[in-house]
Design a protein around this ligand. Sequence first.
Ligand SMILES: [Zn+2]
Length: 146
Amino acid sequence: MHVSRTKASDLSKKIPLQTATVTVYTRHSPNCSKKKDPTWKRCKCRKYLYIYEAGKDRRVSAKTHSWEEAEALAKIELAKRDPIRMRLEEFAAAEAAKEAEEVARQARRTTTADALAEWRSRKGPTSSSTSSTQHSPWVMKPVRNA
Ligand SMILES: [Zn+2]
């Protein structure tokens, strides 16, 4: 499918590259008096969406004869492709993945810490007496020098 010299492709020239665009146009019936103008809104011919994204364009039926309805659909389609929103969604997905990874890492770290504590307690009785006493002197002592 090659882009021919239609009004729809002319419309896409205004739009910067790398951005998805959705443009409403009319696919007129052969006997419509406005069949030469794809941007004509007020006839009852089928409305289509010209979707341009990632360097490719395609045309999909808006499944309506109403320009307004087609525009509403175009907005929805565009929102799906909105680069900022897409980036935010990617970011959120990345964050979620990172969080899951962090949870897994914490779990591993806990295991390591437990193993280390166990290893230490097995090695010597140095820290066994302090935690069991009610008044640990190192807790009550003020930090600042008197
Ligand atoms: Zn028409």
